[in-house]
Design a protein around this ligand. Structure first.
Ligand SMILES: *C/C=C(C)/C=C/C=C(C)/C=C/C1=C(C)CCCC1(C)C
Length: 249
């Protein structure tokens, strides 16, 4: 069984590698270099999370596989986004949103998964986190792509984010964490909560400066998003891994 899983994981890793770039990266293109470095870090993290999922206690396996799926999906998008950047010098916004629609709900349900590894958690937690996330992203996309007014997209998107923050700071998820989670899970939960508050704030700020406050420069915006993704996808996964690994027996 383990050999089968190793083979499966390894074959999944070839997807990002197969999506090769058609343009050459100039050594002076710093934004392109950040795309490159993050792509490779995402592939390496995917291997790490998948293989570690076979070592941690069974109840944490799903969480680590989900962390690996987040970095795998993001790696594939990063290879394409680097291509868009290198060949056109413009922001690969559509790819970012496609990536977010898949990875952000997965990141959010990690709260549910780590709590469910400790105790019985109602499915309401899962659905509220998923729906809040989708409202945030879909409103943002519609505003950014011009289907709805960009201010309305921003306001509705912010409301979706506020709803998720409420759930993890003061809602049912927060009370289950405080009363029933193990110390390791509580500490992961708290770090994740702050990543979702501070690390995620980069994206609405980017939207605000890009669409509502007169436009932002594409190069700076992409470097900031790339660094933010490093923390919010890889760092976030490592926080969960640290909790899971500390409970290995
Ligand atoms: C790995 C990628 C992540 C964690 C992306 C997160 C994206 C957001 C938290 C986006 C939030 C937005 C708002 C809160 C309002 C305006 C529209 C968005 C979609 C930029």
């Amino acid at each position: 069984m383990k050999n089968f899983l190793y083979t499966l994981f390894f074959s999944l890793l070839t997807f990002p590698l197969a999506s090769h770039a058609s343009g050459n990266l100039e050594s002076t293109d710093l934004v392109g270099v950040t795309f490159w470095v993050i792509s490779v870090a995402l592939v390496a993290s995917t291997a790490f999370f998948f293989f570690e999922s076979l070592r941690v206690k069974g109840k944490f396996r799903t969480s680590l596989v989900v962390s690996g799926l987040v970095t795998l999906v993001a790696a594939i998008h990063y290879f394409y986004m680097r291509d868009v950047w290198v060949t056109t010098g413009t922001s690969p916004t559509v790819f970012r949103y496609i990536d977010w629609v898949i990875t952000v709900p997965l990141l959010m349900i990690e709260f549910y998964l780590i709590l469910a590894a400790c105790t019985k958690v109602s499915l309401g937690v899962f659905w509220r986190l998923t729906v809040g996330t989708l409202v945030m992203l879909i409103a943002g996309y519609l505003g950014e792509a011009g289907f709805i007014d960009s201010t309305i997209g921003f306001v509705v998107g912010m409301a979706g984010w506020a709803y998720i923050l409420y759930e993890i700071f003061a809602g049912e998820a927060a009370s289950v964490n405080a009363s029933q989670a193990t110390p390791a899970v509580q500490s992961a939960y708290n770090s994740m909560k702050w990543i979702v508050t501070i690390g995620w704030a980069i994206y609405p700020l980017g939207y605000f400066f890009g669409y509502l406050a007169g436009g932002a420069d594409d190069a700076s915006l992409n470097v900031i998003y790339n660094l933010a993704d490093f923390v919010n996808k890889i760092g976030y996964g490592l926080v969960i891994w640290a909790a899971a690994a500390s409970e290995v027996d």
